[in-house]
Design a protein around this ligand. Structure first.
Ligand code: TEU
Length: 563
């Protein structure tokens, strides 16, 4: 892509299942999104990213796709989709699709054929392997490698019919596609072209840095390192940033994107390093426009997965500082605090108490949006939506929470309490509770029974209240988006981190030509004196009073512009 319009853009992620239900079945749908396009246009976002809306058994809420070229009936059909796409375009918004091609559903026709016999032409479209040498197939420990799956249990499922195992890095209903096979790649590219021809504006590519695996000369995959206390090994050395990843992405670019304009491609790349990201996003290399890195959402993750680590601001700043510097001369950053896999930003990095929720949500938005890169807003973030008060494991629906809970209790000797403490703080369902449109019983999300409970705080935190209140988080986000559209230094300015050793203040400058923006956010509930020169025009301030005597009030965010 020669034009980089997306540097100026803000993306809004919709999790369709939880956004708006138009027909009362308790599940969000495409018609529900159509009904709120004016809301999104009012917010001012440039791009909508839809989490998967394809036909799916919904084992992982649509990240298990059984037909790549249609719409999940729960969500609508291609006709409503075209209406949604046209409605977005008519309001000047682009729309990108989630592309989940590291794996398909086990109910996809490709997999049904693949598993039917060893000599089926699609056998090699997935990762089939025999039992470990000398082991009885189907018995514990006989899996081809010792890898655990992300959602608990082994990463291999034994299939009695043909006496072999298939690989699934995620659930056993998400078999990994074999990208070594050129037919698989061509089928994926054809499908992508079909969507682009229909008018979509690009893709967010799910775990795209896992599509290439490290294979031994005899075709085998190798064991991973086993750490104390865990039932299965981490095999990621063999599938994150694998040997043919860049080749596959470049091939995809040639086959799908070359010659098309105005698109956005963003790779979801857990565990990606700055060095790899430079290669992925260097425009000369024709891979993707930007990637999602994970360092800042893993910042409070220690060696023990069931121990919450306190968040240290200096670590967070070191991470963002490294990414800003690493992609300063080439490539581009994506910027996000949360998505459908992460807890709510204000609960995690801010303070979701009555006193500080609004201020801290605005502060977080300000700090993020003023970095160099393309910001992503996750639905409800613009309202300062919070984590959900989960009582017990019975309140969770997420396959990851349920699977990891079982493995921790049954195989790793963990107590329900220690696991629940972490799931309450970090579990993905925090982000997946229904969008809070108004104060009515199901928050205006549905007239039926919501598939996942609505947060009880919707009586106060909701879109209707926020739209009516000039001081709301919603109107603050509108300002942040508008500032990116109107102030070139936000888009292109150089980034310099200030006060790297300060545990309370997040401060940096952006400089372009003769303009400098100074951004300061207080990450605590205490006033903090800033040893900085607070001069210039105060263009943003999330609290009523300007800093006096260089003191930044609790959760205050300020932006000064000076020449
Ligand atoms: O997530 C990939 C991923 O890295 C997840 O393992 C994530 O880090 C973890 O769940 C956080 O707790 C993508 C999708 O975003 C996710 O929703 C899917 O479940 C997953 O891929 C499989 O498609």
């Amino acid at each position: 892509m020669t034009d980089s319009w997306w540097k100026k853009a803000v993306v809004y992620q919709i999790y369709p299942r939880s956004f708006a239900d138009s027909d009362g079945d308790g599940m969000g749908d495409l018609r529900g999104i159509v009904g709120h396009l004016d809301y999104l246009a009012e917010l001012g976002v440039d791009v909508l990213w839809l989490s998967p809306i394809y036909p799916s058994p919904q084992d992982d809420n649509g990240y298990d796709i059984s037909d790549y070229q249609n719409i999940e009936p729960l969500f609508g059909d291609l006709e409503v989709f075209d209406e949604l796409l046209a409605g977005a375009h008519a309001r000047g918004m682009k729309l990108i699709m989630d592309l989940v091609v590291n794996h398909s559903s086990d109910e996809h026709q490709w997999f049904l054929e693949s598993r039917s016999s060893k000599d089926n032409p699609k056998r090699d479209w997935y990762w089939w392997r025999p039992a470990r040498d000398g082991m009885e197939p189907g018995t514990p420990g006989a899996e081809p490698t010792n890898w655990g799956s992300v959602f608990g249990g082994p990463a291999w499922e034994y299939d009695e019919k043909t006496g072999e195992y298939y690989l699934h890095l995620f659930s056993k209903k998400q078999p990994d596609l074999n990208w070594e096979n050129p037919e698989v790649r061509q089928a994926v590219y054809a499908m992508m072209r079909w969507w682009l021809d229909r008018g979509v504006d690009g893709f967010r590519m799910d775990v795209i840095n896992m599509i290439s695996k490290v294979i031994g000369e005899d075709g085998s995959l190798r064991d991973g390192r086993l750490s104390a206390g865990s039932a299965y090994a981490d095999g990621s050395d063999s599938f994150i940033g694998g040997p043919r990843l860049h080749e596959f992405l470049q091939e995809m670019h040639r086959e799908v994107f070359a010659g098309r304009e105005g698109l956005l491609t963003v790779g979801e790349t857990p565990g990606v390093t700055v060095e790899q990201a430079r290669l992925h996003t260097d425009p000369e290399r024709h891979e993707v426009d930007m990637v999602f890195q994970f360092d800042h959402v893993w910042v409070d993750r220690g060696p023990d997965p069931w121990l919450l680590m306190p968040l240290q601001l200096t670590n967070l700043k070191a991470i963002f500082g490294r990414w800003q510097a690493g992609l300063a001369d080439l490539g581009w950053n994506s910027l996000y605090w949360n998505n459908h896999d992460q807890p709510r930003a204000v609960s995690r990095y801010g303070d979701d108490s009555k006193q500080y929720r609004v201020a801290s949500a605005k502060m977080l938005g300000t700090v993020l949006h003023l970095h160099r890169g393309t910001p992503y807003i996750y639905q409800g973030e613009e309202l300062g939506m919070t984590n959900y008060p989960f009582a017990g494991i019975g309140d969770f629906r997420d396959i990851e929470a349920l699977g990891q809970y079982r493995q921790a209790l049954d195989m790793e000797g963990r107590s329900p309490d220690e696991v629940l403490t972490v799931l309450r703080a970090r579990g993905r369902d925090n982000a997946r509770t229904p969008m809070q449109w108004d104060g009515s019983p199901h928050a205006g999300f549905t007239t039926g029974t919501p598939w996942l409970a609505v947060n009880p705080n919707h009586t106060e935190i909701n879109a209707a209240a926020a739209q009516a209140d000039a001081d709301s988080v919603f109107h603050w986000y509108r300002k942040l988006i508008e500032l990116r559209h109107t102030e070139p230094a936000v888009v292109d300015g150089d980034f310099t981190m200030l006060l790297p050793n300060d545990e309370r203040l997040y401060a940096f400058t952006r400089r372009l030509g003769g303009t400098e923006l100074l951004v300061i956010g207080n990450f605590t509930g205490e006033p903090v004196r800033a040893e900085l020169d607070l001069t210039g025009e105060l263009i943003l301030n999330n609290l009523p009073g300007a800093p006096a005597d260089s003191t930044i009030a609790p959760w205050q965010a300020v932006v000064y512009r000076r020449k």
